[in-house]
Design a protein around this ligand. Structure first.
Ligand SMILES: NC(=O)c1ccc[n+]([C@@H]2O[C@H](COP(=O)([O-])OP(=O)(O)OC[C@H]3O[C@@H](n4cnc5c(N)ncnc54)[C@H](O)[C@@H]3O)[C@@H](O)[C@H]2O)c1
Length: 396
């Protein structure tokens, strides 16, 4: 069996998927079937061709349907604007493709629910990419909670500060269009809410929802906008429709917490921070120092009790036998999250037993739950911060 791979979207995250499929077979033992790198799709022919050449894919396509219709393609990542996810996923699943869709599952709860209904009935694998669960430090925080090291969770704090929209001269793009909650909350809060639950348990209620739009209009670009890339802009301006900043409180099965996200936080290119406090200690991790975490245990001798720096090594999740150099202190990074994710997805598609695989990627039902949390935040914000119950995760 050879698996044909394609990626739709050659933007910032699309390139990470395209690269990750190249690396995935080199992680751990050689249990994956051979891969054939078929196509990188992008509406912009130049961007698609550039990425296909760079990452060694046979061709690029400007219409995603060419990928859906190609019988040599088995596995497709959907890595485009959130509002485009549903149409592409539906077309790909109908064509029998295995689909890895980027987060958030969609730009609307209604579309996400329809996608999850489809996925449950599909004969192919449909998964959603919450990459940060693959960061060894994040997976360690979860382990320190589940194995009782830091005790019962008292509170969790997830902050995701980015500066990609901090400059008012930056162009308008799909990220700035849509209802309140489709801005920073969907882009960064989807990760943050997922991580709060991944580390500390399910969110039962949100409250204190708050959105602000700090920069209310932006210049219209003169070329293709991709996150992280420069583009010339015109004198024309368009309104920013959604949130630059969002915050909310959560009530968990055990404990409470706060989530705060911003795309206008100057000086924080990628400032994701996860902190979890238990009744036996606490642990924190930040993306700007992803190869380490901080840990304090209440039972430490009082004279030296305090946060200690733990440099992650082979005994952290994902590291041993995965990285080519799997020693302590080699340094870890966000791109590796996409690589582990691609590996996990391909293992499932190839039918490799779950026990012999990396943890499976999140299901579309989990993607729906994530959007239910975000919709509850929007509801809370619209009602002056009122408490809003979050539906329990679907288990079947
Ligand atoms: N997991 C992560 O860490 C992570 C990081 C960034 C983005 N994302 C997600 O990835 C998705 C894409 O984000 P991005 O930052 O790469 O966006 P981006 O704006 O950088 O790139 C989007 C690309 O899609 C292309 N495109 C637009 N319409 C298309 C169409 N109809 N067919 C094919 N291509 C089309 C554009 O030309 C552009 O190259 C979003 O869902 C986002 O939430 C995830």
């Amino acid at each position: 069996m050879t698996l044909g791979v394609a990626v739709i979207g050659a933007g910032m995250a699309g390139r990470a998927h395209a690269a990750a499929y190249r690396v995935a077979p080199t992680l751990y033992a050689s249990t994956l079937p051979p891969l054939r790198y078929v196509s990188v799709g992008d509406l912009d022919p130049g961007m698609g061709a550039l990425a296909a050449r760079r990452f060694g894919y046979e061709r690029s396509d400007t219409d995603w349907r060419a990928i859906a219709e190609d019988p040599s393609v088995d596995v497709v990542s959907v890595v485009v604007a959130n509002a485009l996810h549903r149409e592409m996923v539906e077309g790909l699943v109908a064509a029998g493709k295995h689909v890895l869709c980027e987060k958030p599952l969609s730009d609307s709860l209604e579309d996400a629910r329809a996608m999850a209904d489809l996925a449950r009935a599909a004969g192919s694998v449909a998964r959603v990419g919450f990459t940060f669960r693959r960061a060894p430090g994040v997976a360690m925080l979860r382990r320190l909670v589940t194995d009782g090291t830091i005790g019962d969770v008292l509170h969790v704090d997830v902050r995701y500060y980015c500066d990609y929209a901090a400059d008012p001269r930056g162009p308008i793009s799909w990220r700035f269009k849509g209802a309140p909650g489709t801005g920073a909350l969907a882009d960064l809060g989807s990760h943050a809410a997922y991580l709060a639950e991944f580390v500390a348990g399910d969110i039962a209620e949100v409250s204190g929802g708050r959105f602000t739009t700090a920069i209310t209009e932006r210049p219209v670009p003169l070329g293709v906008v991709q996150r992280g890339a420069d583009v010339a802009v015109s004198d024309e301006r368009e309104a920013v429709e959604n949130d630059d900043y969002a915050s909310f409180s959560v009530r968990l099965a055990s404990g409470v917490g706060v989530v705060e996200v911003s795309r206008v936080a100057a000086g924080h290119p990628n400032g994701l921070v996860v902190e979890v406090y238990g009744d036996r200690g606490a642990a924190t991790w930040e993306l700007e120092r992803p190869g380490e975490l901080s840990l304090v245990l209440n039972d430490d001798p009082p004279a030296i009790r305090g946060f200690r720096r733990v440099v992650l090594g082979p005994d952290a999740p994902y590291v041993r036998g995965g990285l080519a150099m799997d020693a302590q202190g080699v340094g870890l990074g966000q791109n590796q999250g996409f690589e582990y994710q691609a590996r996990a997805f391909l293992e499932e598609v190839a039918g490799i037993d779950e026990a012999a695989s990396l943890p499976r990627c999140a299901s579309f039902d989990e993607g729906v739950h994530n959007l239910e949390v975000l919709a509850s935040v929007a509801d809370s914000a619209a009602r002056g911060g009122a408490g809003v119950a979050v539906p329990a995760q679907r288990t079947s």
